[in-house]
Design a protein around this ligand. Structure first.
Ligand code: 5RP
Length: 218
């Protein structure tokens, strides 16, 4: 079993007794979230609805016969389970390696609880080594990039990638992560930015991590 498979199955065992017929489960995006989806498919818990943070995750669930509900229609999920690219000791995150962070942040914000599932390689002392994804409205891309350079960041356009919202992604390194919350808010104030991949204003409530041998709650 890989560490991603292990963290997904360990997490499922931790939460499965909480499922009931009115439970709404939010499903994240990425290879770790996909491992969790595989367990959902196998265990088929009896819950009320699934909400998904991406078209990719929705497609996997729908191809297995599950119906995906609109967040607008069901209200806040009881629980959101998703991966991350980096996690610090405060459970602040960098997400968006898959470019789905804007929807992920919405589902996380709307959820009563957010459990982040990662392999140990994602645990960092300080956020910021992983390039930070910033979703931008296409006409604003160059303007946003110039504002990021003025902040000291080095932006790269993720060529050919279109988000589920029809927007573009700029990946940025060299930003200041001394106070992730401040960088998150400052970036989101730039006109044209939809959202960035810093999850500090809505960090994870729990982080479960695994290596190839064991999983544990941090
Ligand atoms: C997608 C994400 C993912 O959660 C993050 O990139 C981790 O992905 P993986 O589980 O494949 O390592 O934020 O936008």
């Amino acid at each position: 079993m890989t560490s991603k498979e292990l963290v997904a199955s360990y997490t499922y065992e931790l939460i499965k007794d909480r499922f009931h017929k009115d439970f709404i489960l939010g499903i994240g995006t990425g290879s770790t979230a996909n491992c969790f989806i595989e367990i959902i498919k196998k265990e088929n818990p009896e819950i009320k609805a699934f909400v998904s943070s991406s078209q990719a995750s929705s497609a996997i669930l729908e191809s297995a016969g599950y119906e995906i509900s609109e967040l607008n229609d069901v209200g806040g999920p009881d629980l959101y389970v998703d991966g991350a690219d980096e996690v610090n000791s405060k459970f602040e995150l960098i997400k968006g390696g898959g470019g789905a962070h804007s929807r992920e942040k919405i589902v996380a914000a709307a959820s009563k609880e957010f459990i982040c599932i990662v392999d140990d390689s994602k645990i960092v002392k300080k956020l910021g080594s992983f390039p930070l994804a910033i979703e931008v409205i296409p006409m604003a891309r160059s303007y946003v990039a110039r504002q990021i350079v003025a902040m000291g960041g080095k932006p790269t356009y993720r060529i050919g990638f279109v988000t589920d919202n029809g927007n573009q992604i700029i990946d940025v390194v060299n930003l200041n992560f001394d106070v992730p919350y401040e960088t998150e808010i400052r970036l989101n104030r730039i006109p044209g930015v939809v959202d960035n991949g810093i999850f500090a204003s809505r960090k994870a409530d729990k982080v479960i991590s695994a290596n190839s041998k064991e999983a544990r709650a941090l």
